[in-house]
Design a protein around this ligand. Sequence first.
Ligand code: 5GP
Ligand code: MN
Length: 335
Amino acid sequence: MLVGEEYLVELTRPKKIIITTHHKPDGDALGSSLGLYYWLKKKGHEVHVVLSSDFPDFLDWIPGREELVFFSKNPTYGQQLFDEADLIFCLDYSALSRTNLLEPIIREAKAPKWMIDHHLEPEDFAVVKYWDSNAAATAQLIYTFITEVCKDVDAVDANMATCLYTGIMTDTGSFRFRNTTSAVHHIIAKLLDAGARNWEIHEHIYNSSTENRLKFLGYCLLNCLEVIPEYHTAMFTLTKEDLAKFNVTTGDTEGLVNYALSIKGIRLAGLFVDRTEIIKLSLRSTGDIPCNEICRTYFNGGGHLNAAGGNSNDEIGEVVNRFKSILPAYKEFLT
Ligand code: 5GP
Ligand code: MN
């Protein structure tokens, strides 16, 4: 977790820096990236946050969003930034495959990579790893990187605080999950002091649904939810047709899996979505049920103990059946 002085000194001279994060960034991916962006700019660097995809509508207010570079829309410019970069930050992912179409570009870039992340089992691609799987969010690590590692407490301003608050809030389920330690609350207090307006951020993220998104939620609850009481498991299966009916966009399925987990007695919840090019799945659990192990072993993915994800090229019915067939193997946790 320590970062050597020989590396930190690099940040004292103006550099061309790229910040990358995972495909389809969530609140922590975007919040940590833009929080770091503002700090690095303040230190005199030329900084770009380069994304592999669009981001969910519920984040379309976050400070710095106008500065984002979308690689898929402008690959020539994006490639030029990577060619010229002196340093590449890799935030909120521990495996390069999570950056989708940026993977080969990051892999081949000659600039050194600095990883700041909280996922398990990091791949070995970074020269600097500021990594802690006990951290609630990458945004929490950005805060401690700035204030403890770089000892720049006074630099945290309202924009940075807003971005980092967003990351920590979304990755802790609004300070409800097991990862919400007292250290998290201490940092949150500092972010409020620095100008994060908590009520506005909650309003933006949780009270900004469209009518269509809410009706889609109702449709999923009514038509796509299956409960397997003997294994205390519940899941949503969304076909291409379901998505098309509601013209679902990035972020519309965010949080859906938690409704399955909110059923009394349910310990393991799943969401299976047919995104045409791939089947994407999300798992959530309570207690010691290892979502990350299940995703890693059976679904080409990974993540945290209680929140993980994966994907498959198989047909959706097959993926769901595979999930059902592995439940008996976890019966010590599920029954
Ligand atoms: P979500 O279910 O919200 O997409 O992802 C929950 C967590 O699971 C993420 O924070 C990430 O750690 C992990 N995750 C999701 N999808 C994948 C994947 O395809 N591969 C890996 N390794 N981890 C994933
Ligand atoms: Mn995260």
